[in-house]
Design a binder for this molecule. Structure first.
Ligand SMILES: [Zn+2]
Length: 378
């Protein structure tokens, strides 16, 4: 019934029949981490964890491989082995080499783990972010108020006691978003302190007491530069933290979104946050600029991003710019994996780009620099 050419996305769709061990595993790891953390979990295991173990065991036995003997052994596999290992049942073509389920230093589900889902569909954690934003938009009642609240969330993954009594505190906005914050979970604490990344502002871990980011530390952003000092919150009981789903799917891309907005301001582009646009899509307009849609993402797995974008922009008719961090597209294979996963409907209409390259895609008259053939004017 489909005219689409077979792609990696089709392979992904083929895996979506509800029994894939990797989907059960991604779900179980996020649930386990929300309960006790993955450093010390206790019996009885949640139903989802037992189900994931059963699925992986069955998958291994069906292929004649030695299965994990227990849930602790499965978690050990998830810390040491790549997501693309055959035992987990994910097509290796769909995930970047070396991606892990659990970060060995953070001992939390990786962003890759949170992104894994059936083709085009949000995973459990992304769905929670979508539901939270949708309910907030409804509570706000106006586009301007919702836009301010969304920006507040993106800028405040953590709210301290001092923040709430500061002179610049936005009390009206806080009243609208307060319910999206919760006490800091024990699993994020070390020596009763919360370590915070100096770059992304998300929870971090420095197991040996390191004061700055480096090869032996972790932060939820997973991709921050080394040598940046951590912030230590010695009274985490006086802090509130944004829900994990919004940290992963709204805060993580926030710096890239800000860079895109700065670039739009520089080139005279206006932006309007579209109603009911999930995590947040914009319409871009401006004199001498193409009118198009724009959404900013920061995802570890380009194949799964391609699937989500295909779903998000399936019914749109305007061209769409998908803006990601420069370091993402600079990775080998990122762009190819994204484009391969796009549906035929979106191919040619959806363009992957970066904040510093927006002008090239938006200017009506200027020919793209790539059309300047080397040596053409020699
Ligand atoms: Zn960070």
């Amino acid at each position: 019934m489909t005219s689409r050419a077979p792609t990696n996305a089709e392979a992904q769709r083929g895996m979506d029949h509800g029994n894939d061990p990797f989907l059960a595993l991604a779900r179980a790891l996020t649930i386990l981490s929300e309960q006790d953390g993955l450093r010390s979990f206790s019996l009885p295991y949640p139903r989802e964890a037992q189900l994931a173990l059963d699925r992986v065991i069955l998958h291994c036995l069906n292929h004649g491989w030695t299965p994990p003997k227990s849930l602790p052994e499965l978690l050990s596999w998830c810390t040491r082995r790549s997501v693309g290992d055959a035992e987990f049942g994910v097509s290796p073509a769909l995930v970047s080499q070396g991606a892990r389920w659990i970060h060995p230093i953070g001992m939390m589900p990786t962003r890759t783990c949170l992104e894994l889902a059936p083709l085009g569909r949000p995973g459990r954690v992304e769905q929670d972010a979508l539901n939270s934003l949708s309910a907030l938009e409804h509570r706000c009642g106006s586009a301007g108020r919702f836009s301010r609240c969304r920006q507040f969330l993106a800028r405040h993954p953590l709210v301290t006691h001092q923040d709430r009594f500061g002179r610049r505190w936005e009390a009206m906005t806080w009243n609208k978003v307060r319910e999206l914050y919760e006490p800091v979970p024990e699993a994020l604490l070390d020596r009763r302190m919360l370590t915070v990344c100096g770059t992304c502002g998300l929870p971090a871990r420095a197991p040996s007491g390191e004061r700055e980011s480096g090869p032996d530390t972790w932060c939820e952003g997973e991709d921050c530069p080394p040598g940046v000092r951590f912030r230590l919150l010695r009274e985490p009981g006086q802090c509130l933290i944004l829900r994990r789903s919004l940290r992963a799917f709204l805060v993580a891309p926030a710096r890239t979104e800000q860079a895109a907005m700065d670039e739009l301001a520089r080139i005279g582009g206006g932006h309007q946050l579209l109603a009911d646009s999930g995590l947040g899509a914009y319409r871009i307009t401006g004199s001498g600029l193409r009118t198009c849609l724009m959404q900013v993402y920061d995802r570890r797995q380009p194949s799964f991003l391609g699937g989500r974008v295909s779903e998000a922009f399936s019914s749109a008719t305007d061209p769409a710019l998908v803006v990601v961090p420069r370091r993402a597209v600079d990775q080998d294979g990122y762009r190819d994996a994204f484009e391969t996963a796009l549906s035929n409907e979106c191919r040619g209409r959806v363009t992957l780009t970066t904040p510093d390259d927006l002008e090239r895609h938006l200017r009506v008259q200027d020919p793209p620099p790539t059309q300047k053939v080397e040596g053409a004017d020699a």
